[in-house]
Design a protein around this ligand. Structure first.
Ligand code: FAD
Ligand code: FES
Length: 509
């Protein structure tokens, strides 16, 4: 996975390359004293930063340069070519940067730069910030506040003893046994202490009092805030009618949930996954990687058809079937008893392990009790502020006015939640914080990754470039003349291009 693990490739950039080898707008990966370095050329300027993305080590040289920034082809993080700083999640950590010398027609990467000191932000900033939920949005907001030089107290409250961690990995490499638990935290343990971010893990926020600007925690303590971020995420939809059966039903949202599934998985055992959702199918793939027999039961005619359409739905089914997953589509579970799942059609499946991935509901109870405006999520304005001044909402719970579709949307994607956390933090500090990112997500099935930009709840036409069955395609979802969203398989650069295009002109034609 990490290109660094294979050792840096390409030219020795300390020795240099002829300037004519890299035209304006070009990027090349090389190395300097054993480190992988990206050399980029834009106009009269040359830049050198680390070549491997600080998220999962994606190859930045295969990404997209826009002005003095570069975007990663894997999950669309964006870095400053001038400083190596991550400008947009999912990358959270700086890349190193180097000086570049141009002499005698040669370009050489010279001294490594010192990290720039962080600014200190003064002026009209909140006296303190409380963040409810240390997931994607909450963690990124805290980190952004410090990155932008906010010096006041920042507290994250979360009942989860393990938070903050890389939630998408819980159904993928971690569950498959390919990622050790040390990789799961978003930061090393001393990061929060160093940044003076207080992590209150254990209690939950029980009540918000917007007028008094304070929250009451489940352990009875209280915290006053100047600004508050609500980022409580979502909870899996449960199937109570099946919960008393044996085997019990597992749900997957937290690291604890994933650990319990790992603990119950046995090579050669039989697993039944309820729901052909992204999470359900990723769980199916990971349990196959653990050499379990895996059956997927879902009411749909095709997996993921409502999100991706019939062509990609069929492709996903084929990818799973090739790896031995057995589908029972058009079926619902009726009962679980004595180690079997009985389906509504009369069939019964033996099961040592049962996992349900049948959707999630946004966790809006706190917001509702605090009297915030809701409409299938917490309503926020374009700066992610709720109906209560000083209270922001981000991530799976937030329904925001999307400038690209002109509609209010709520989306359950990791990168969207992180970028909203970043925007909410900017808003608290009075910085430009209009949230106008084009939604992006990815999902991995037995090594086949789907990348998706935009948002299409309904479409009237699907346009396909390439060959879906060869897993090499760009799929456009259109309503009338408008392109609402673009999914790609095996064409990472096309996904970046679609994102950039839609930012520039909006999804529109
Ligand atoms: C297994 C899995 C795999 C996924 N894979 C992908 C993927 O591949 N790509 C993708 O784009 N998205 C993926 N997602 C979705 C993505 O993880 C979510 O969209 C994202 O985490 C939402 O971020 P958030 O900050 O809104 O909520 P979360 O990350 O869920 O964080 C919310 C936090 O709030 C805490 N909380 C709740 N109530 C309270 C309270 N009262 N007081 C204090 N804290 C509270 C919770 O404990 C939780 O830690 C996946 C999700 C799961 C579960
Ligand atoms: S590896 Fe670069 S964004 Fe994930």
């Amino acid at each position: 996975m990490a290109s660094e693990e294979e050792g840096p490739t390409g030219p020795d950039l300390k020795a240099g390359i002829p300037a004519t080898d890299l035209p304006d707008g070009g990027m090349i990966a090389g190395h300097v004293e054993g480190e992988a370095v990206l050399l980029a050329h834009r106009g009269d300027e040359w830049f050198a930063i680390g070549a491997a993305c600080s998220h999962y080590s994606g190859p930045l040289a295969e990404g997209l340069m826009i002005g003095d920034t570069v975007r990663c082809p894997w999950h669309h993080a964006c870095f400053s070519l001038r400083t190596g700083q991550p400008l947009r999640p999912p990358a959270l950590n700086d890349l190193p940067s180097w000086d570049v010398d141009i002499r005698g027609g040669m370009v050489r990467v010279a001294a490594k730069r010192q990290a720039a000191p962080r600014p200190t932000r003064r002026g009209r900033v909140p006296a303190s910030v409380v963040i409810v939920g240390g997931g994607a949005a909450g963690d990124c907001a805290a980190e952004t506040l410090r990155r932008e030089g906010y010096a006041g107290p920042v507290t994250i409250v979360d009942p989860d003893p393990d938070t903050p961690y890389d939630r998408p990995n819980l159904s993928k490499d971690y569950l498959a046994g390919n990622a050790p638990e040390e990789w799961i935290p978003l930061h090393p343990p001393d990061f929060y202490e160093e940044k003076e971010i207080t992590l209150r893990r254990g209690p939950r926020v029980a009540t918000i009092e917007p007028r008094a600007r304070r929250v009451i925690l489940s352990d009875g303590s209280e915290l006053r805030y100047g600004a508050l971020l609500l980022a409580t995420g979502a909870t899996p939809v449960r199937l109570p009618e099946l919960e008393s059966g044996s085997p019990g039903v597992h749900y997957l949202r937290s690291l604890g949930d994933s650990r319990r599934i790992v603990g119950a998985a046995r090579e050669g055992g039989r697993a039944v996954v309820l729901g052909a959702s992204f999470i359900g199918l990723e769980v199916a793939a990971s349990l196959r990687a653990r050499k379990m027999e895996v059956h997927v039961v879902a009411p749909d005619a095709r997996p993921l058809e409502r999100v991706l359409g019939p062509e990609l739905g069929d492709m996903i089914r084929q990818v799973h079937e090739e790896q031995g997953v057995v589908f029972h589509l058009g079926r619902k579970p009726a009962r679980v008893a004595d180690g079997r799942v009985m389906l509504d059609g009369g069939e019964s499946l033996p099961a040592d392990l049962l996992v349900a991935g049948v959707g999630v509901r946004p966790d809006v109870a706190l917001a509702e009790a605090a009297g915030l405006s809701l409409n299938r999520g917490v309503l926020v304005d374009e700066r992610l502020e709720t109906s209560a001044p000083g209270i922001y909402a981000a991530g799976d719970i937030a329904r925001w006015p999307d400038p690209h579709t002109g509609e209010r949307i709520r989306i359950e994607h990791w990168v969207v939640a992180q970028r909203q956390g970043q925007a909410a933090a900017h808003g608290m500090l009075g910085l430009d914080s209009r949230f106008d990112a084009v939604p992006f997500f990815w999902s991995v099935h037995h090594g086949v990754t789907i990348r998706y930009v935009g948002h299409a709840e309904r479409w009237d036409r699907i346009e396909i470039d390439g060959d879906v069955s060869a897993r090499d395609c760009v799929v456009r979802y259109r309503r009338g003349e408008r392109v609402l969203a673009v999914a790609t398989v095996g064409r990472d650069r096309a996904s970046l291009d679609a994102e950039a295009e839609s930012e520039a002109v909006g999804f529109g034609g």
